[in-house]
Design a protein around this ligand. Sequence first.
Ligand code: TTP
Ligand code: MG
Length: 431
Amino acid sequence: MQPGDPIPGRTLKAFCRDCLAPTRPGIPRCPSCGSPRIVAHEELGELALAHIDCDAFYASIEKRDDPSLADKPLIIGGGRRGVVSTACYIARISGVHSAMPMFKALEACPDAVVLPPDMEKYGRVGREIRTMMRELTPLVEPISIDEAFLDLTGTERLHHAAPAETLARFAARVEHEVGITVSVGLSHNKFLAKIASDMDKPRGFSVIGRAETVSLLAGMPVSRIWGVGKALEGKLAAEGIRTIAQLQAADETELAKRYGAMGLRLARLARGRDERKVTPDSEAKSVSAETTFNTDISDPAELVKILRRLSEKVSYRLKKAGIAGRTVTLKLKTPDFRTLTRSRQLADPTQLADRIFRIGRELLAGETDGRRFRLLGIGVADLSDGAFADPADLVDEAATRAARAEHAVDSLREKFGRDAVELGLVWSGKR
Ligand code: TTP
Ligand code: MG
């Protein structure tokens, strides 16, 4: 191929996801192989930002490893906490979903097979898929164990195909070589790519072009906007705002006045504007701090005190690196060297000591039942750019005040040195 040659795939408007043959929009089946799985879009050849998310990840892996489970409703979860980690798509028909208490899930779906999670295995599969992603582009940004953003801009000559075709080939490869399915979202920015990957699950492939961005978002509830959790959703609903269309109609400066930085974010994302870049996985997968005790400790109050110090250390490192994390993990080691980890995923990435500490304390509370421990650690994973960390919590004002106080302490420390200011004030009071 010569430098002046046209870019492969740039004029692509439709193709078959099964045999990858290019085709024409508007036809129901592939003329080459007869498959109905046609992807068609006017902008298909120009879009290069993808979000890939595995379907019912833990459950799909277990079904792969035990074919007798293939047609059965399968739930992964249980253990001490007794909640559903995930459910296969058959169990979801009965209403079972992640984070549901197990007893409720079994009420809804009494025939379900329940398996405990095998995190080591899922981690292995996740890494295998990630390695395959990096063969497509160096710009792979993992978001969690089973999902990542990929920027395929400029990869047409390398793969002799449009990003859309490269992604479909990738999905087929994962099916054949790993044995589970993925869903792909393709668009022109991260926010929309993530929405797209969720539109056609499982085994989906959805495209959101520039032309329909605003009208497509208009019909969605505000909860589809990244960072809008239950609390903010309720707050917006109380003011009569339920759909993204209403946010689109609202004045941007008015939203900024009412909700601060979050308001601006709402206004921008509602119109499908998102400038965030895909940043490849940094060296650090997580930031953590731990300590081994001289003598084993069982006293909850003492453990909480140590946890507080460790949380502050982790937060300090995150802030210094300008990053934040969305999963907080507590680590404990028993006197017989068994390691326990307990994790919690947050709606937004955090870098605040106070937030890390509060979540760690909750996780710890489930374990301090008189047992002794020889080690305590706290860490934050699912790292991303710190720019979007800890949006103001519009409902829990105490949390926002605590965040503000923490930032104030940070700037004092900038001026007077790290040890000059104690964080005790921020943590006083019961929240
Ligand atoms: P998800 O991608 O959110 O869910 P999923 O892959 O099971 O299903 P989907 O097809 O809708 O993408 O999360 C990936 C894995 O993370 C999931 O298989 C189990 C785990 N998980 C939990 O342990 N608890 C949770 O609350 C959620 C949401 C996920
Ligand atoms: Mg998934």
